[in-house]
Design a protein around this ligand. Structure first.
Ligand code: ADP
Ligand code: MG
Length: 253
C-alpha cells in the first residue's frame, strides 16, 4: 500500500536482457507535486526504467505502482489510464500536419487502441471533442498562436512543447519526459522549465531523464542517480552535486 502523497512507487525493479542486468533492483518514488530527475551515464538503465514504468517492458522482478495500483504487466494503453503519460527521446510529430492535428491525433491514439484506423471511425461529435481538448492543451502550454501552423515549421523547442501538450491530453497525474531539453537553446530551456514549474504548481508531478545538468539542478526537487543499472544516490540537487559516488560515476571511465 502506498502512503498518501506517493504517486509513483518503483519497488526493487529489475530488468535483465539475457546476461545484461539493465536495471538492478532499483527503488524510488515520486510524490505528488514533485519534479524528480533520473540521471546517470550512458547505459545506466534510465530508458529501461522508463519503459518499465510505462509498461513498454515487463520487469524481470519487482513492483511498480501508481497511487497504490500495480502497473504489473499492463500494456502501455492501460498504464495511461492509471495516470501516466510520456514523451519520447526523439520528436515524433508529423511535420506536415498542423500543431492542432498532431496533438489531436496523438491524444486519440494514446487514449484508445493505438490503431491508426480507429481515427477514421470517429463520428463528428467525437472529432469535435478531441479537437477542442487538443486546442485547450495547446493554449495551456502557451502555443495558441501556433495552433494552425505546420509542426515542421516550429523550432525544436516549440516542437518539444507540442509533444508535452499531446501528453497532457489524457489528463495525467505524472508526466514522464525523456531528455526534454536535449538540443534546445538557452531561451527554449528556460521556457520549458517555466512550463514544467507551472504544471507542478497545478498539481502535476514530473519524472524526467535528462543529460543537461544545469537544467536538472535548476529544476528538480529531487534527483535519482543510476550507474550500471544500480541506484547509487538520491537527494536534492545540492546534495547530488557534491556526492563523491556521483562525481566518480561521471568522471570514471
Ligand atoms: P540509458 O538510457 O541509461 O542510457 P538503457 O536503459 O538504454 O540505458 O540501457 C541499460 C543497459 O541495458 C545497457 O547496457 C543496454 O545496452 C542494455 N539494453 C537496453 N535495452 C536492451 C535490449 N532491448 N536488449 C538488450 N540489452 C538492452
Ligand atoms: Mg537512454
Amino acid at each position: 500500500a502506498s502512503t498518501p502523497g506517493v504517486l509513483l512507487q518503483v519497488d526493487n525493479a529489475r530488468k535483465q536482457f539475457g546476461g545484461v542486468v539493465a536495471v538492478n533492483n532499483v527503488s524510488f518514488d515520486v510524490q505528488a507535486r514533485e519534479i524528480v530527475a533520473l540521471i546517470g551515464p550512458n547505459g545506466a538503465g534510465k530508458s529501461t526504467t522508463f519503459n518499465l514504468i510505462t509498461g513498454v517492458l515487463p520487469p524481470t522482478s519487482g513492483n511498480i505502482s501508481v497511487l497504490g495500483k500495480a502497473v504489473g504487466n499492463a500494456p502501455p494503453q492501460d498504464v495511461v489510464k492509471l495516470g501516466i503519460s510520456r514523451t519520447f527521446q526523439h520528436v515524433k510529430l508529423v511535420p506536415d500536419m498542423t500543431v492542432l492535428e498532431n496533438v489531436a491525433i496523438g491524444a486519440h491514439l494514446r487514449g484508445h487502441s493505438g490503431a491508426i484506423s480507429s481515427m477514421f471511425r470517429l463520428d463528428r461529435g467525437d472529432e469535435a471533442k478531441l479537437l477542442a481538448e487538443a486546442a485547450r492543451q495547446i493554449e495551456r502550454v502557451g502555443l495558441g498562436d501556433q495552433m494552425h501552423q505546420l509542426a515542421g515549421s516550429l523550432s525544436l523547442g516549440q516542437q518539444r512543447i507540442v509533444e508535452i501538450a499531446r501528453a497532457l491530453c489524457v489528463d495525467p497525474m505524472l508526466l514522464l519526459l525523456d531528455e526534454p531539453a536535449a538540443g534546445l537553446r538557452h531561451m527554449e530551456k528556460q521556457r520549458l522549465g517555466a512550463l514544467l514549474r507551472d504544471l507542478r504548481a497545478g498539481g502535476m508531478s514530473v519524472l524526467l531523464v535528462e543529460h543537461d545538468m544545469g537544467f536538472v539542478m535548476d529544476l528538480a526537487d529531487r534527483i535519482v542517480v543510476l550507474d550500471f543499472g544500480t541506484k547509487i544516490a538520491e537527494g536534492t540537487p545540492a546534495a547530488i552535486k557534491t556526492n563523491p559516488e556521483v562525481i566518480k560515476a561521471y568522471l570514471g571511465a
